[in-house]
Design a binder for this molecule. Structure first.
Ligand SMILES: O=C(O)CCC(=O)C(=O)O
Length: 262
């Protein structure tokens, strides 16, 4: 091996150390281009399959400055399903975790309108705080559908925060990031820094369930379009006795496709 190759870190090493990694080229551009109008259809409550999403925080007529968060949009639309179950996503997820099996267990469509409103932001949080019904290896792949520049309100990751365990104070729904940051009590010796997940269309970031992340308003000229795809490996299981929609359908390949097997 040439000496220079030994210095190049793998995405798996970055993910393990920092709690996140960025993969700028994962999904085909032609698929991304086909997904854009399908997102608009779902936002407009037009469901190709006739099946509505599990839930939606925004509907036509609501405040246009607010983020559109729609859960399980792949139930509504075949092209969105093709995207979130694409084998390249499964391979990239397996590469960073070393997993034998990768399964999708939840999807959020996130459309952040331009205009820079605070209501478009996502507050600092750890995904784990919302996932009480899982134990073991569950994590997130975030797919950029638009060009996610620094102006578009990219995700901001706090490097190495996945080593802190669970920390009180996070809130996805509180978009005033500076205010929220003051309420998060860091463990002794921990320090807070932020890295922006800037990605082109078709790029993907992966983050650990304990990694603190959030995102500010979109001050670019167009919408920030993305999907947060929540994944599990064979090293995860529903908590015994827990009940939740997201662990009730794991044998259903439409809702919860397996996207990688070694
Ligand atoms: O899209 C964002 O800005 C945040 C998404 C998020 O919280 C997640 O993917 O877990």
């Amino acid at each position: 091996m040439p000496a220079s190759d030994a210095l190049v870190e793998s995405p798996a090493e970055t993910y393990a150390r920092e709690g996140f990694c960025l993969r700028p080229q994962v999904l085909p551009r032609e698929l991304i281009e086909r997904v854009v109008p399908r997102m608009d259809a779902v936002i407009a409550c037009e469901y190709e399959t006739g099946v509505p999403p599990k839930s939606r925080l925004w509907k036509p007529g609501d405040d246009p400055r607010k983020i559109r968060k729609i859960d399980m949009p792949h139930l509504c639309d075949r092209t969105i399903h093709e995207l979130i179950s694409h084998p390249a996503l499964g391979r990239a997820a397996a590469e960073i975790t070393g997993a034998e099996t990768i399964q999708v267990w939840a999807v959020q469509m996130l459309y952040k309108p331009p205009g820079g409103a605070t209501a478009g932001g996502v507050g600092w949080h750890q995904d784990r705080q919302y996932w009480r019904y899982w134990e073991g290896e569950v994590f997130t792949a975030w797919i950029a559908v638009s060009d996610v520049t620094p102006e578009a309100g990219p995700i901001r990751f706090v490097p190495r925060s996945h080593e802190w365990g669970e920390v009180e104070g996070g809130d996805f729904f509180q978009g005033r990031l500076d205010e929220l940051r003051g309420k998060i009590a860091l463990p002794n010796g921990a320090s807070w820094s932020e890295v922006e997940g800037v990605l082109p269309p078709g790029g993907v970031s992966f983050h650990h369930r304990y990694t603190f992340h959030g995102s500010g308003p979109n001050v670019s000229a167009g919408p920030r379009r993305s999907f947060a795809v929540h994944l599990r490996t064979e090293k995860s299981r529903p908590v015994a006795g827990a009940k939740d929609y997201f662990i009730s359908n794991l044998d259903d390949p439409t809702a919860n496709p397996v996207i990688y097997r070694a």
